[in-house]
Design a protein around this ligand. Structure first.
Ligand SMILES: Nc1ncnc2c1ncn2[C@@H]1O[C@H](COP(=O)(O)OP(=O)(O)OP(=O)(O)O)[C@@H](O)[C@H]1O
Ligand SMILES: [Mg+2]
Ligand SMILES: [Zn+2]
Length: 528
């Protein structure tokens, strides 16, 4: 008997030896690409053939699916069966095609209809037992499904909460192949998972860490406030144990809270990277990422054969903390320049070119010298000037140029650490940051770059950072005495604009310029 099922786009109809299911793969970076899975049974020697540019993981899917089907007490087609993944010109990767392939095989073998597959996408990896394993990219898959007019998505139960933040589509979580099959063939009911990004964002619990826990370090905290207020990158320099890591971790607590769009954008990236699960399905707090200095370029920027986002993208809308900056490979730091400049990262591989969002605040930390104690009043530095120079030269000039604020975090003295007085809470700092950000938003209205002083277009510097005679003179002196570069000059102007914004001052005064000059520690050649 000739038998054909068509599932999906239209209604089910019977006109030949076909069975279709559809699903998505996350292969196009943070966007999902729909792939149609056709299962065709016909006459010929019993065999199963997979066609349509599948990779090894997809070809192996055949054996996984066969075992899962038999362990779920379903039949396997006895005829010659062809599984086609369309469109044929996109390389299909990974195990997430298991579920639609299995559904197609069962339907073909059982001569069954799956009425609920109409306007529905299915995706999931199968275990040999017939259980459904989580996949990467559930959120972008749900976004794409809705964009294509689907009514529902059926996906692994663990991924359902992250997909459910997409409104206007029903999300069904399934744990086993049998459950999926019975639901799609209307033999079982499953309640759709409901999520709401706005309410998840509103219900966000307060941060567990706070700047009030950091004793002393008033200057560093001030520098952090300025950096966050103006969107400037920051470098902390100090001896071991001076609290650099402690301070950096608290920076997300003074950044403005995430907007709904930002949260969804970041969640999408985390979804593609497989960082979400049923208890952490939505990224509502700004990410803080702290990759170790041994990280590969691919780990940092993204890439590898199937092009997944790297740390610079996982940190999107949050903080990327590079601790022990000089220990990072020089080439690694060089490749950071594009994301720092553009807020995106472009990766070229044989599989194609892909651009990911990578808009993060860079916070770096380093010791002042290899032993860590250069300039420390308590302990003696054992490094030679040449060693210090070499250590410092490991950071490339162009990278350093993109870090507007350098600040020294001296060792905290015992008196400060043991004193009972708590520091200012993050909430108070954040209030001032929000005030300064509001001024910048109105200043840069309609600009294509983010509305922060750090991203001010070169041609606007003159107009936005006008100086009076005294400030001009002060800056000229500083430039000459400290041998500052032209780039440093622009940076000082932008930072002084932020300092004036924090003070609610329209004019930039010599106090503001004076403070901004202090934040060019590394240009001042304190080292040798
Ligand atoms: N200002 C401070 N207030 C309160 N505790 C502090 C302060 N500075 C340091 N500490 C304590 O010292 C510990 C070590 O600090 P932290 O790891 O942040 O130092 P670090 O500068 O990153 O050192 P390293 O260079 O070794 O990485 C912190 O976990 C904290 O308990
Ligand atoms: Mg540290
Ligand atoms: Zn030293």
């Amino acid at each position: 008997m000739q038998y054909r099922l068509r599932w999906g786009w239209g209604s089910l109809f019977d006109c030949g030896p076909h069975a279709y299911t559809r699903l998505f793969s996350g292969i196009a970076g943070v966007d999902a690409v729909p792939v149609e899975v056709e299962v065709n049974t016909g006459s010929g020697n019993p065999a199963v053939i997979v066609v349509g540019l599948p990779d090894a993981a997809v070809r192996e899917s055949k054996d996984r699916v066969a075992t899962a089907i038999s362990n779920s007490a379903f039949r396997w087609p006895r005829e010659r069966t062809t599984i086609n993944l369309a469109p044929a010109d996109i390389k299909k990767e990974g195990p997430s095609f298991d579920l639609p392939i299995a559904l197609g095989m069962i339907a073909a073998a059982e001569r069954a209809e799956l009425p609920r597959l109409e306007r529905c996408f299915a995706v999931g990896e199968l275990a040999l037992t017939g259980e459904i394993r989580p996949i990467k990219g559930a959120l972008p898959i749900a976004v794409e499904a809705r964009a294509r007019g689907m009514k529902a998505v059926v996906l692994p139960a663990q991924n359902a909460p992250e997909a459910a933040i997409v409104e206007g589509i029903d999300v069904y979580g399934v744990s086993t192949l049998r459950e999926a099959y019975e639901f799609l063939s209307r033999r079982r009911e499953i309640a759709p998972i409901r999520g709401n990004a706005a309410s998840l964002l509103a219900a966000e619990s307060p941060d567990e860490i706070d700047f009030s826990e950091v004793k002393g370090q008033h200057q560093v905290k001030r520098a952090i406030e300025v950096a966050v207020a103006g969107g400037h990158n920051l470098l902390l320099i100090g001896p071991p144990g001076s609290g650099k890591s402690m301070l950096a971790k608290r920076i997300p607590t003074v950044l403005p809270p995430m907007s709904l769009d930002e949260a969804i954008e970041t969640t999408r990236i985390h979804s593609v990277c497989g960082l979400l699960n049923s208890t952490h399905a939505f990224v509502s707090k700004r990410p803080f990422r702290s990759p170790h200095h041994t990280i590969s370029d691919v780990g940092l920027l993204g890439g590898s054969t199937n092009i997944t986002p790297g740390e610079v993208s996982v940190a999107h809308n949050g903080v990327l903390f590079l601790d022990e900056l000089p220990e990072f490979k020089r080439s690694t730091l060089e490749v950071m320049r594009q994301p720092l400049e553009d807020g995106t990262v472009t990766i070229s591989r044989a599989a194609g070119t892909m651009t990911f969002p990578a808009g993060f605040m860079l916070v770096a930390a380093m010791n002042p010298c290899p032993c860590g104690y250069f300039g420390d009043p308590q302990r003696e530095c054992r490094c030679s000037p040449a060693q210090i120079e070499r250590y410092r030269n490991r950071i490339s000039g162009p990278l350093l140029d993109r870090i507007d604020i350098h600040v020294e975090a001296p060792a905290v003295v015992f008196k400060e650490l043991s004193g009972g007085q708590a520091g200012e809470p993050s909430s108070a700092i954040r209030e001032r940051v929000l005030g300064a950000r509001a001024l910048q938003r109105s200043r840069f209205e309609g600009a294509s770059t983010p509305p922060v002083n750090a991203r001010m277009a070169h041609k606007r510097i003159k107009e936005c950072c006008a100086l009076d005679a005294a400030s001009t003179e002060m800056l000229r002196h500083a430039m000459e005495d400290l041998h500052l570069s032209a780039r440093a000059y622009d940076r000082i102007l932008k930072v002084s604009r932020t300092i004036a914004d924090l003070a609610g001052s329209e004019a930039i005064t010599s106090d503001h310029i004076g403070e901004a000059i202090q934040y060019r520690t590394l240009d001042r050649r304190l080292w040798v």
